[in-house]
Design a protein around this ligand. Sequence first.
Ligand SMILES: NC(=O)c1ccc[n+]([C@@H]2O[C@H](COP(=O)([O-])OP(=O)(O)OC[C@H]3O[C@@H](n4cnc5c(N)ncnc54)[C@H](OP(=O)(O)O)[C@@H]3O)[C@@H](O)[C@H]2O)c1
Length: 296
Amino acid sequence: MSEAKLGGRFTFPGTTFTVQRIGYGAMQLTGPGIWGPPKDVDGAVAILREAIAAGVNHIDTSDFYGPHTTNQIIQQALHPYQAGLVIVTKLGARRPPDKSWQTAISPEDLTAAVYDNLRNLGLDALDIVNYRAMGSVHAPDEGSIAEQVTALADLRRKGLIRYIGLSNVTAAQIAEALTITDIVCVQNNYNLAYRHDDFLIDELARQGIAYVPFFPLGGFTPLQSFTLSEVASQLGATPMQVALAWLLQRSPNILLIPGTSSVAHLRENLAAGQLALPSEFVTKLDGIASEAAVKH
Ligand SMILES: NC(=O)c1ccc[n+]([C@@H]2O[C@H](COP(=O)([O-])OP(=O)(O)OC[C@H]3O[C@@H](n4cnc5c(N)ncnc54)[C@H](OP(=O)(O)O)[C@@H]3O)[C@@H](O)[C@H]2O)c1
């Protein structure tokens, strides 16, 4: 597949990192509950290699997936990394043996997590590190993140991190972080049915900062909508392709990191870059979020 088909290119602000707008999120390459190795490690390696061969050059990961699993599989599949590949990882949690998710946000925790990521990815410096605020799990809570962002900025000065991003944050937290360091991307929960960040996306677009939705396909509860299925069938596409194409059309600073453990789904997701949505369909799809809001 030609690289031009992957939704076009985006350059993270103030960097030389230019990526295809359709990337890959590695979280599905673990066992159930984001714990332990996947059932099929060779299959996971094959998915990563196929993504790269198709032109993907933006991979999202974290050392708390597994823990350590996805980073180790990325290293196994792709190291030595090809020039131009941007691996984005995130810090802010740890996974004790009871498989729970605990915050790990002291400067010492964050420093240890940077070294864990470096070791498990086989890197000397991490391309982009998102500070992942725990908030209310999949939605942010207000509160200062200055201590954590300052710790990452210190690690950046030491050369262990090239650029910094944020995840699960509010507009106020982004503004606070920008007083401490440059921020190149924000990764929050957003998709066709959950549009809490509409205003924020437009604001970040004005600043040239990437917005990278997590759960672009609905995450643990994949998107399901009569309207989405109807539009997909009229366009000869799948609902997930339409959901991804809608995100690409929503704003030029949106980068996609759909997660999948299936080569067939990977191919389907990458092909969404070739799907143009006529405006009458966009109008119909725009109605899905308000239907979803009414149901909740
Ligand atoms: N910052 C954060 O807090 C945060 C939180 C969650 C995720 N993330 C990142 O965001 C990435 C994306 O999120 P996600 O993987 O949780 O959710 P997602 O991309 O919204 O959806 C993944 C789910 O959709 C299924 N799927 C993928 N492609 C499909 C297709 N073409 N047709 C039908 N089903 C399809 C996958 O199952 P199959 O495996 O069967 O394809 C999986 O169950 C993650 O991989 C991770 O890197 C970040």
